[in-house]
Design a binder for this molecule. Structure first.
Ligand SMILES: [Zn+2]
Ligand SMILES: [Zn+2]
Length: 293
C-alpha cells in the first residue's frame, strides 16, 4: 500500500471539492485526508466533537453500538457541529484472532454521511495488530521489557489494577516513560487484591501511531467506494460490506470457518451481489469441524 493520494474523486465526481467535517478528538483528520483529500478530493476540516462519550477504549464508558454504527454516529455529529452536509467519522475495534488467540486483530471503519439524505458509505480495513501489548504484571517484575517500546515513541501505555477497576484515578493512561510506568504500576498494585496490574497499549488514536496505518487503509477503501458506481443505479458507493465463512472442506465438503463469499452492496438502491472468493472451494481440513473437531 502506498501513501500517495489516490485521486479517486477526480473526473467530475459529485463530491469532488466538497467540504466535509471529520469528527475527532484524536487528530485523525490528517490520516484520513491522505486518502480522501487532494486537489479534487474532499476538503476536510476537523469538527470538535467529544467522541469519548460514545465509549472509550479503556472501558470507562461502554460502547453501545457496533463499530460501524459508532462511526456513523460520529459522522452525523460532525455535520451537526460544522453545519456542513458531509461528515466523516471513524471507529476502531480490537479482538483476539478467532483461530490464533494470541494474535490481536484490528478493524477500522471510516464512515461518510450526507446529512440531507442520510446516505452513508463506510470504508473498512482489517489486519493483525502484532504491536498491541497486553501483559499482567506483579510487583517483582522489573518492567524493563517495556523500556524499548516506550523509548521508540511509537505508542504509549495504560496501567490498571488487574481486577475490579474500570474507572478512576487508579488507571493511568498515556504513559510515555519507564519512570511513569513504574509509578503507575505501584498505584495499580496497591489497589489490586492480588497485587497485580495489567499493562496494555493506549489505543486512543493520538497516542497510538501503529493504529493509523489501518485507519488510512479504511479511508482508502472509502475513497475506492466513492469512485465505484453501482451496476444497477449508477450511484457512487458500491463496494464490499462483509465476507461470509463456509468454504467447503477439501476432504469432506463440510462448510468451514474459512471465508467463502464477499457481499457487495449499494448504499443507495441496496442492490446486493454475492461473489464467490477465488480459491475458496477447497478449505484446509484443519479448519473443518468434522475432520478436525
Ligand atoms: Zn472435513
Ligand atoms: Zn444502486
Amino acid at each position: 500500500m502506498t501513501d500517495e493520494v489516490p485521486r479517486l474523486l477526480s473526473h467530475g465526481h459529485e463530491l469532488s471539492g466538497a467540504r466535509a467535517a471529520v469528527a475527532t478528538k484524536h487528530h485523525k483528520t490528517a490520516t484520513i485526508a491522505r486518502a480522501l483529500g487532494g486537489p479534487e478530493g474532499l476538503h476536510l476540516q476537523t469538527a470538535v466533537v467529544d467522541t469519548d462519550t460514545l465509549g472509550t477504549f479503556t472501558g470507562e464508558t461502554p460502547r453501545p453500538g457496533t463499530p460501524r454504527h459508532t462511526a456513523t454516529v460520529k459522522a452525523r455529529w460532525a455535520c451537526q457541529d460544522s453545519g456542513l452536509d458531509l461528515g466523516v467519522g471513524s471507529e476502531g475495534s480490537f479482538f483476539p484472532h478467532p483461530e490464533v488467540g494470541f494474535i490481536t486483530m484490528q478493524v477500522e471503519h471510516v464512515a461518510l454521511t450526507k446529512a440531507s439524505t442520510g446516505l452513508t458509505i463506510i470504508g473498512t480495513a482489517t489486519g493483525g495488530a502484532p504491536w498491541a501489548v497486553r501483559r499482567t504484571i506483579a510487583a517483582e517484575d522489573d518492567l524493563l521489557e517495556f523500556r524499548d517500546l516506550l523509548a521508540s515513541g511509537a505508542q504509549r501505555l495504560i496501567v490498571r489494577p488487574a481486577t475490579g477497576f474500570t474507572d478512576g484515578p487508579v488507571i493511568s493512561k498515556g504513559i510515555a516513560s519507564i519512570e511513569r510506568l513504574r509509578d503507575a504500576a505501584r498505584t495499580a498494585f496497591d489497589h489490586d487484591e492480588a497485587g497485580r496490574a495489567v499493562v496494555e497499549s493506549d489505543l486512543r488514536a493520538h497516542h497510538c501511531g501503529p493504529r493509523h496505518h489501518l485507519i488510512h487503509a479504511a479511508a482508502r477503501d472509502l475513497a475506492l467506494r466513492l469512485a465505484t458506481r453501482c451496476p444497477a443505479c449508477a450511484s457512487f458507493g458500491f463496494g464490499r460490506d462483509e465476507s461470509r465463512p463456509g468454504a467447503p472442506c477439501a476432504w469432506c465438503g463440510t462448510p468451514t470457518a474459512t471465508l467463502r463469499h464477499h457481499i457487495y452492496s449499494c448504499p443507495t438502491c441496496h442492490r446486493t451481489d454475492v461473489q464467490t472468493i477465488p480459491g475458496s472451494d477447497r478449505a484446509d481440513p484443519g479448519t473443518c469441524p468434522e475432520c478436525n473437531p
